[in-house]
Write a protein that binds this ligand. Structure first.
Ligand code: S3P
Length: 191
C-alpha cells in the first residue's frame, strides 16, 4: 500500500458536471484507487424513495427530487474525506454549492457537447431529456449550467478523449500538484 497526497485539509473530492460527463464511472475509479468511501447523491435519493430517478421525477416531480438531493448532501457531512458523485443539477441550488465548497475539492468533469450528449443519451434514464428534441434540450441545459460548474470548480478536466481511468489519474495528479506539502494523506489501494 502506498499513500497519495490528496489534499491539504483532508477534504472530500466531489465530482460535478453535466449528464454524460462520466461522474459515476470516474468516481468508482477514484474509489478503487484511493480507498476513500464513495457517496452518490442520485443513489442516496433513489434509495430514499425506493424507486429509480425517472420514477421519482414522474411521481413526485423535479422539485421534490431537488429537495431530497439537498437533504442527501446535508446528511453527508462527515469528518472523513470521501468521494462524492453528484447529479448534473447539483449546482442549481445555492445551499448545495455552499455545502460542497466548504467540504470538498470540486472537480468539474467537462467535455465537448457532442460527446457528452452521445454518452448521456446511451441510456434512457435521464428524465430531463425526455423531450421532443433532446439534443436541443441538452444544449440549453449545458449552456445554462456551464457558468455554474465553472464557478464552483477547483479543478477542470476535459473528459472527451479520455477513458474513465485516465480521468481518475488526471484528477489525482492535479490534486497532488495543488498540494505539494505532505500535510495530509489518504491511503491508495493497488500499488
Ligand atoms: C440530472 C442529472 C442526473 C440526475 C437527474 C437530474 C440533471 O444525474 O440527477 O436525472 O439535472 O442534470 P447524472 O448527471 O448522473 O445523469
Amino acid at each position: 500500500m502506498r499513500y497519495w497526497i490528496v489534499n491539504r485539509r483532508s477534504r472530500s473530492i466531489v465530482l460535478i458536471g453535466m449528464m454524460g460527463a462520466g461522474k459515476s464511472s470516474v468516481g468508482r475509479c477514484l474509489h478503487r484507487r484511493t480507498g476513500l468511501a464513495l457517496h452518490d447523491t442520485d443513489e442516496i435519493v433513489a434509495a430514499n424513495f425506493r424507486m429509480s430517478i425517472p420514477e421519482i421525477f414522474a411521481k413526485h416531480g423535479q422539485k421534490k427530487f431537488r429537495e431530497t438531493e439537498t437533504e442527501a448532501l446535508r446528511r453527508m457531512r462527515t469528518e472523513e474525506p470521501t468521494i462524492i458523485i453528484t447529479g448534473g443539477g447539483i449546482v442549481l441550488r445555492r445551499e448545495n454549492i455552499e455545502i460542497l465548497k466548504s467540504q470538498a475539492v470540486v472537480v468539474w468533469l467537462d467535455g465537448d457537447e457532442e460527446t457528452l450528449f452521445a454518452r448521456a443519451s446511451r441510456k434512457q434514464n435521464r428524465p430531463l431529456l425526455q423531450t421532443k428534441n433532446p439534443r436541443e434540450t441538452f444544449s440549453q441545459i449545458l449552456t445554462a449550467r456551464r457558468p455554474l460548474y465553472a464557478n464552483l470548480a477547483d479543478i477542470w478536466i476535459d473528459t472527451s478523449v479520455l477513458t474513465d481511468e485516465e480521468v481518475a489519474v488526471a484528477i489525482l495528479a492535479k490534486l497532488r500538484r495543488m498540494n505539494p506539502k505532505p500535510e495530509s494523506a489518504v491511503s491508495a489501494k493497488g500499488s
